[in-house]
Design a protein around this ligand. Structure first.
Ligand code: WQD
Length: 339
């Protein structure tokens, strides 16, 4: 059996990945401080995959809490999701982001090194590319100084892991750069449950659709794109989760550094998303144009061919799947896991 520690495994992408790990025959162990997740997700995971997934409450910054897990289990690899991820919040609280994300990752890598666990798969982000010079983005596109502390922590953690691998050649580092994760498990039992008012487009759309929010503000319609709104590569969270399973299958114990863009390769504008969502709910979703949001890039979408070639992985779920599953989750859980 291959045991995989999933830090932040109770979160949105983490919980979906845990389910796909179980389905693929791996033994995941969740490690989470529940600062941005609800314990109710554990029962939902159990219901979906038919088994209880062990969960250790803990904070990656607290070495002793991590060591307990490594002492009590033979951990073959770690998928590292745990971290703060709100772009706007990171601008207001840069030190908290450096402490949680970079310092926490440092402690995790130290414990992995000391317990000879040499497979590190990191939840990185397309945000490391900053404002792209050209699209689609490949893994060789330049990594730029990020336009938020959140994005910079992703760059710093990538660099820290690469340097550790350089120091310990048998260490295997896989950096998965996500584009825009959306959607939910088809059961409607797990999904995105942001704290407070959502920053991201899709959870905002779903909350407007269920009447929790009155109207969507579209941040800018004067960008140099087909309809003036920003373009992103939205990827279904289940496709993303399967990308992690593919990465484990192909990278475990291989040594070296492996970098993959996990996106669909298709760019959709904000208006495309609003129209797709209106179609999914069978009525016009209330929306209005508002000023641009600081820090937004005009367009960002992936060239996912390297993951297809090397991981034998490709996103297959469509925009209709993403909108349907996002809405299904929100309809069944108007207050997220608090229901
Ligand atoms: C998408 C588009 C907005 C909300 C961020 C992070 C990235 C990752 C995903 C964590 C943009 C527009 C949004 C709204 C809007 N985060 N929008 N009205 O900014 O591409 O990426 O989330 O892993 O690292 O940077 O995603 O969903 O916030 O925005 O018009 O109420 O939707 O302007 O064009 P983004 P997003």
């Amino acid at each position: 059996m291959t045991t995989i520690l999933v830090t932040g495994g109770a979160g949105f992408i983490g919980s979906h990945t845990v389910i796909e790990l179980v389905k693929a025959g791996y033994e995941p162990i969740i490690f989470d401080n529940f600062s941005n997740a609800k314990p109710a997700v554990l029962a939902r995971i159990h219901k979906i995959c038919g088994k209880r997934v062990p969960c250790c409450f803990g904070d990656i910054r607290v070495r002793q809490q991590l060591e307990t897990v490594f002492k009590e289990n033979k951990i073959d690899g770690v998928i590292h999701f745990a971290g703060l991820k709100a772009v706007g919040e990171s601008v207001k609280k840069p030190l908290e982001y450096y402490d949680n994300n970079v310092n926490g990752s440092r402690v995790l890598l130290e414990v992995m090194r000391d317990y000879k666990c040499s497979n590190f798969i990191f939840s990185s982000s397309a945000t490391v590319y900053g404002e792209p010079d050209k699209v689609p983005l490949t893994e060789d596109s330049p990594v730029k100084r990020a336009n938020s502390p959140y994005g910079q922590t992703k760059i710093d953690i990538e660099y820290m892991a690469e340097e550790l691998q350089r120091a310990i050649p048998e260490f295997s580092v896989t950096l998965l750069r996500y584009f825009n994760p959306v959607g939910a498990h088809e059961s409607g039992l797990i999904g995105e449950d942001p704290r407070g008012i959502p920053n991201n487009l899709m959870p905002y759309l779903t909350q407007v659709a269920v009447g929790k929010l009155p109207i969507l503000n579209i941040f800018g319609n004067d960008y140099p794109t087909k309809d003036g709104t920003c373009i992103r590569d939205y990827i279904h969270v289940v496709d993303l989760a399967l990308g992690h399973v593919a990465a484990i299958k192909h990278c475990l114990n291989q040594g070296g550094v492996h970098i993959y863009n996990l996106g669909t390769g298709i760019g959709y504008s904000v208006l495309d998303m609003v129209n797709a969502f209106s179609k999914a709910i069978g009525r016009e979703l209330p929306h209005q144009f508002a000023p641009r949001r600081a820090g937004d890039v005009v367009q960002c979408y992936a060239d996912p061919s390297k993951a297809a070639r090397e991981l034998n992985w490709k996103a297959v779920r469509t925009l209709e799947d993403m909108t349907r599953d996002s809405y299904n989750w929100q309809k069944n859980n108007p207050n997220g896991y608090d229901d």
